[in-house]
Design a protein around this ligand. Structure first.
Ligand code: ADP
Ligand code: MG
Length: 635
């Protein structure tokens, strides 16, 4: 293999160096996954070759079987992974191995170096590809020959520290790639046959090409998604899921379906027990593996799943797509698109059944994956199913953990009630104190509690459930509520106002309006408050206060709308204010209290921009009241 070709030295790119540095020094406990990564690369290379074969591309060494071989030398501490796949040209070696082309790798490396303690989790779950070999190798030699006619073989050598060497070699090397690993002293276990065998069984059992050690085939090579459901044991599903997802836990749900009409396909899908979304890193890393008659066409195809179902892992295999279909034209293929929409309905129907037959399991699913699932509000084609799958906390729930559906809500809705009500807030405690809810308590009307900002988008896009409009408690039309009967919750008794007081009360409202001026649209008597003194409401433009807040946060141009301040005449403070007003309609105390009530209401909505002025006013009032307190107490 000695040649006269020059050896050329190249430096690794900065991000590769960083990654290598982390890997070489990592105390990662499952270093064995390097073999999973190399075998998966070999399998990818074989898949690509098979694809070219199916397309009828001319290639070298046509007679070579498509397979992976593991060769080890116990004495020399050398391990070799060999495949007969597409191989690489010199240029490909430089661009594929010398750089990390994967999108988001930079962030990934950053995450790895920041979260040292989490490194195990991260390396295991996502895999770090070829470079993981340097966790166990002191030197790696790649010999590879591309499938193209007249291609030259190439040798790549590196100790994984700073640079690598490339030489073109002229000898009759066969098509494919050989990775020769010179193991570090502390990695000698990887030349023991039983060890290699157990690693392959654990991580690479479902690779669709045979993997040999010596002459023995180690992996099962079964396309279990094409087998009838009844012939597959639960353990096989679990094993396949672990292989597919790199997870160590069992899946939460397994969906195995064979569809025959109008289009034939098999689906084996899994819902993970826990969400993969850690730090929302790698949002783009999802998709289903697409096979055509057991031949892998594309790994992690994203068009088979809408993003809101991106937590689903699995495989789709169809008889009805052509084997030589190119990945680029998939999206335009009618059959493919029909499969994709059928996959979505399969998943939604499965979840729908689950929600009906096993509520607890469904809630478990919702708590884990609901945050992503909710994003499906824009899937209009599946709107009806989607809506049934939503869950919310509500005023009729015993605590924050209980969740209900729209169906639950409407099954116990009052006969005369034509709307579904909701309120937004950061938590149940925050919501419970909101004065807007008082009339709903009084009328014993159920209100959905929305804690996730996304819920607002969900609600505002669905608008209606069956014939019921969905309304925010602060935009609701009170006239509709007034028609509904009250509960018998005992109310605090207040005398009704005399005719004279009635007049003063309406002058007081005008007075407060003039004090608040442009800040409010109007000041009116409240029909919704039961206990509290005041609250702010919007005229019904369909958008709740919290929705406006969200839009403002995302810098959308929301018109600053003026609110109506409502005062509750059956409240002690308001009654006292009326007395003060009657005695002296220009008393400064009225101004202070009005401004305070207005700002407190803003605060409650989460729309107060300047808390300092509010605090200053509260302190002034406290100071005054302390004087009065001392006077009353004669101290
Ligand atoms: P990934 O497999 O996610 O692309 P890797 O770091 O594992 O990342 O591999 C980088 C690239 O090197 C691959 O995409 C492929 O182009 C090339 N490569 C690695 N191993 C092989 C192999 N055995 N045969 C052909 N190409 C390979
Ligand atoms: Mg890889």
């Amino acid at each position: 293999m000695i040649t006269n070709q020059p050896k050329i030295k190249y430096e690794f790119k900065a991000e590769v160096k960083k990654l290598l540095d982390i890997l070489v020094h990592s105390l990662y406990t499952s270093r064995e996954i390097f073999l999973r990564e190399l075998i998966s690369n070999a399998s990818d290379a074989l898949d690509k070759l098979r694809f070219e074969l199916n397309r009828g591309t001319e290639l070298i060494d046509k007679e070579l079987p498509l397979e992976i071989r593991i060769i080890y030398d116990e004495k020399k501490k050398i391990l070799i992974v060999l495949d007969t796949g597409i191989g690489m040209t010199k240029e490909e070696v430089i661009s594929n191995i010398g750089t990390i082309a994967k999108s988001g790798t930079e962030e990934f490396v950053k995450l790895l170096s920041e979260a040292k303690s989490e490194a195990n989790n991260i390396i295991g779950k996502f895999g770090v590809g070829f470079y993981s070999v340097f966790m166990v190798a002191k030197e790696v030699i790649i010999t590879t020959r591309s499938f193209h006619k007249d291609s030259k073989a190439v040798e790549w050598r590196s100790d994984g520290l700073g640079d690598y060497e490339i030489t073109e070699i002229e000898s009759n090397i066969k098509r494919g790639t050989k990775i020769e690993i010179h193991l570090k002293d502390d990695s000698e276990e990887f030349v023991q046959k039983w060890k290699l065998e157990s690693i392959i069984k654990k991580h690479s059992n479902f690779i669709s090409f045979p993997i040999y050690i010596d002459k023995e085939k180690i992996n099962t090579v079964a396309a279990i998604w094409r087998e009838p459901k009844s012939s597959i044991k639960k353990e096989q599903y679990v094993e396949f899921y672990k292989f597919l997802s790199h997870e160590s836990e069992e899946p939460m749900e397994t969906i195995h379906k064979s569809v025959d009409a109008p289009i034939q396909f098999n689906a084996l899908l899994f819902i993970p027990k826990s969400s993969f979304e850690f730090f929302w890193y790698d949002r783009e890393n999802y998709g289903l593996d697409l096979y055509v008659r057991r031949v892998l066409i594309q790994h992690k195809n994203k068009d088979l799943l809408p993003e809101y179902l991106s937590f689903v892992k699995g495989v789709i295999d169809s008889e009805d797509l052509p084997l030589n279909i190119s990945r680029e034209t998939l999206q335009e293929n009618v059959v493919f698109n029909k499969i994709a929409s059928s996959v979505t309905t399969t998943i939604l129907s499965y979840l729908y059944d689950k929600a009906k037959t096993n509520k607890e399991d469904y809630i478990q699913f919702w708590k884990e994956h609901g945050r992503i699932f909710k994003l499906g509000y824009s899937d209009f084609a599946n709107h009806d199913k989607y809506v049934e799958l939503l869950r919310f906390n509500s005023s009729k729930c015993s605590d924050q953990n209980e969740l209900i559906s729209f169906e639950d809500y409407t099954s116990r809705i009052k006969a005369e009630q034509k709307e579904i009500y909701f309120i937004s807030g950061s938590s149940r405690d925050a919501v419970l104190n909101d004065p807007h809810l008082e009339i709903f308590k009084k009328k014993d009307l159920e209100v959905l509690y929305l804690y996730d900002p996304v819920d607002e988008f969900v609600i505002s896009s669905i608008r209606k459930y069956k014939e019921y409009e969905i309304k925010s408690v602060d935009t609701v039309d009170l006239k509709k509520l007034e028609k509904l009967s009250d509960t018998d919750i005992p109310k605090k008794e207040f005398d009704s106002l005399s005719d004279d007081d009635e007049k003063h009360f309406s002058s007081l409202l005008s007075k407060i309006k003039s004090i608040l001026g442009e800040k409010v649209k109007d000041v009116v008597e409240s029909n919704r408050l039961v206990d509290s003194a005041a609250c702010l409401v919007s005229e019904d433009d369909g958008m709740s206060a919290s929705m406006k807040k969200i839009l403002k946060m995302t810098n959308q141009n929301v018109e600053k709308d003026k609110k109506i301040l409502e005062l509750n005449r059956n409240n002690k403070l308001v009654r006292n204010l009326l007395k003060v007003f009657k005695a002296d309609s220009n008393d400064d105390y009225i101004k202070k209290v009005s401004e305070q009530l207005y700002e407190s209401s803003l605060l409650q909505e989460g729309n107060l921009e300047d808390p300092h002025s509010l605090v200053k006013k509260i302190n002034e009032l406290l100071e005054q009241s302390s004087d009065w307190y001392c006077t009353v107490k004669k101290i």
